[in-house]
Design a protein around this ligand. Structure first.
Ligand SMILES: NC(=O)c1ccc[n+]([C@@H]2O[C@H](COP(=O)([O-])OP(=O)(O)OC[C@H]3O[C@@H](n4cnc5c(N)ncnc54)[C@H](OP(=O)(O)O)[C@@H]3O)[C@@H](O)[C@H]2O)c1
Length: 335
């Protein structure tokens, strides 16, 4: 309700001069909204990157740590009461994108609608993808990201991510939530806690009630910075599919790896976000899309120049050596 009606709720607060607090709506007991509202100045806040949905995190933990099949892990999450009333809200990434919408208003003063943000859930993940995670020592997490790019615009999306051990999110397991906040001066800070459950949720609600005693209200003071969402940036993604013909290779700037097995194939490549959302394959249920570690790339020009200089010098530019890269048609590994 908050995410879908945030613009209207802002207007109602203004009209009736009445505070409306909703700390529990994002990450349950973690005081993320008030921190973003009060502490992080917009210019200093580089990014927020969080596991904001406990149910999917529980399912992914079971799938990776215990090799539990997805349907069984979902059933267990429902049995334990971690899933939303309608579990499709969790597994399709809708709950996470709702939370991202609320975070965007408080982090960057961006008022948007969840339907305007790309969100892919965990329902399309394949055991093949978990196996890849295991081989690389990664875990898979459903991550909501908002990043302030150097041009001041905001990149925002919810996608499954491969997370390596250097990230604080690596250790966020089961139904727990965690958010990494990066600011220019403080660097990375990490908030971790219970995202649901009656007592943790009550703690956030109680804190709001207590704050109302001294007339606390969200000021939304970043709204006047007029920050905008952009789709002009690049992602390094892993894509797995039954056959490579299910995607459009020409949508990628370049492909770094391609592996083919009988049951499934995958590639790792760099794609412009704009092209990803406009592609005719992004929503295909048979394709897994997972963001690689440090997968957000602001601009690729310097890297293109680097590739070109390698090509002119007569050498092949291969960012990650892969025996099977040669399986790709030649034009795909060029710029
Ligand atoms: N329960 C927890 O432990 C907990 C903890 C932390 C955070 N949260 C978060 O808090 C939110 C609500 O959770 P809940 O357990 O209270 O869910 P819930 O029992 O399903 O209640 C959701 C309420 O919101 C209303 N609603 C939903 N979408 C709406 C829309 N677009 N317009 C108007 N009303 C709308 C529903 O109305 P109808 O009944 O008419 O559908 C319902 O009254 C969720 O995002 C959840 O993740 C819950």
């Amino acid at each position: 309700m908050v995410a879908e009606h945030i613009a209207e709720l802002l207007q109602l607060q203004e009209q009736y001069a009445t505070p409306f607090l909703y700390e529990a709506s994002v990450c349950g007991s973690i005081p993320i909204i008030r921190n973003l509202e009060e502490y992080y100045d917009n210019d200093l806040l580089k990014s927020i990157c969080g596991i904001v949905n406990g149910s999917t995190n529980y399912i992914l933990t079971k799938m990776i740590d215990e090799q539990m099949p997805y349907p069984k892990a979902l059933e267990r999450a429902q049995f334990l009461g971690f899933a939303e009333t309608d579990p499709s809200l969790d597994v399709l990434g809708i709950d996470a994108v709702n939370k991202l919408t609320i975070l965007l208003a408080h982090a960057y003063g961006v008022v948007t609608h969840p339907q305007r943000l790309l969100h892919i859930g965990i329902d399309r993940l394949n055991p093949f993808d978990s196996k890849h995670a295991e081989e690389k020592d990664f875990v898979i997490k459903l991550v909501a990201q908002a990043i302030k790019l150097t041009n001041g615009k905001i990149a925002a999306f919810v996608l499954p991510h491969y997370i390596d051990k250097s990230s604080q999110l690596y250790a966020v397991k089961d139904e727990f939530n965690g958010v990494v906040i990066q600011s220019s001066l403080a660097d990375k800070q990490f908030l971790y806690g219970k995202g649901a459950g009656r007592y943790p949720t009550a703690s956030a609600v109680l804190s709001d009630i207590s704050a109302l005693r001294y007339a606390y209200r969200y000021e939304y003071h970043k709204l006047n910075t007029h920050a905008e969402i952009t789709d002009d940036f690049y992602l390094r993604i892993y894509c797995s599919f039954e056959r490579i013909t299910q995607i459009e290779l020409k949508d990628f700037e370049w492909v770094e790896e391609f592996h083919s097995q009988e049951a499934r194939q995958y590639l790792i490549g760099v794609i412009q976000f704009k092209k990803l959302i406009a592609s005719n394959w992004v929503n295909k249920k048979t394709i897994s899309i997972i963001v690689c570690p440090d997968g957000v790339i602001e601009e690729i020009d310097t890297r293109k120049v680097k590739k070109l200089s390698h090509l002119l010098a007569g050498s092949h530019f291969v960012e990650k050596t892969s025996e099977t890269l040669s399986n790709l048609p030649k034009e795909l590994s060029g710029i």
